[in-house]
Design a protein around this ligand. Sequence first.
Ligand code: TRP
Length: 370
Amino acid sequence: MECEMTAAEPGEDHYAQATAQSRILSEDLAGNPGKYRVLSGDRPTGLLHIGHLFGSLRNRLELQNAGVETLILIADYQVFTDREHSDSIHHFTLQLCLDYLAIGLDPERPTISIFLHSQIPELNQLIIPFLTLVSQRELERNPTTKDELAHASIDQMTGALLTYPVHQAADILFCRSNVIPVGKDQLPHIEIARNIARRFNQRYSPEQDFFPRPQALLSETPAIGGLDGSSKMSKSRKNAIPISATADETAQLIKHAKTDSQRLITYDPEGRPEVANLIQLIRCCSQEAPETIAERIGDGGASRLKAELTERLNEYLRPIRERRRALEQDIGYVYGVLHRGCERARTLAIETLRGVNQRMGTYLPPRGNR
Ligand code: TRP
């Protein structure tokens, strides 16, 4: 058993391999949407921002439009893995759902469900059997968990944070999804979910695989940097432009974005990362090559660059923000979307848990049966 639970250390090789597999997957998805079920998720810790929009939400829209079934998890329980309390979870849960709907994810389609982690007991019950399929060592060396602890507001490793990848495996496997759109940082977690699926099949379902082996779908858009010059735009680091910000707030945030002292605008991601990031953001709205944008702005300097970004971004976000404002007036509809999503997720979770219990021998036949 011990050797079955050891897997190679993830490294650059692993990343290159994951990238190659993700490209193949991406091509097949468009042609064979019926073969796949996608699960993706966000934690309700703040407002979604344009880094999410350009990095992952637009990909979800593409999958939706290709007809791929997609479940979107609002990972509310998991907020508590790296902080002691949160007063605003319910608020941010609604905000997340508003953002999803505003960008065009459409739960009126039978292929789209948006649901809350906390509301699906059968999903969470999978965590107990799954915990038996990972070793302490495997959990302790997970680089993403360590990094989360380093950025967390708790000062020591808790049981919940250490086992976070196992909870995430339950999120992924409860609906037997096989495609997980994620960033590079999540690869170690996906690897654990894959191992759990494989070990469960080996141990309890050797004749025929019960769980599929989920694959990561990596975004091809390079990560959007923060307006403060840090490498990642982040909900919690106050360096982001929320999708729901007003046009004026957007202008203010861009005005205070960090740039450098050179007047002539050039596209040089290595040497001038802050300027390059603003150019990339214009590119996300206009699809022009970054070099062309830089040339056009030329000696207009940072002020011209910021003015253009403000204009393009506000233009791009205008219809999204209009839809969002209309939906804010109809919170009853938003709750209805979540109720329907939870019902769908729960149906799948009950079915999966039943299959797991049958295979493990942990079941009771219905009354009257002997
Ligand atoms: N861990 C993810 C993050 O921090 C959120 C998440 C929770 C998730 N469960 C998931 C992502 C399942 C994909 C699949 O961003």
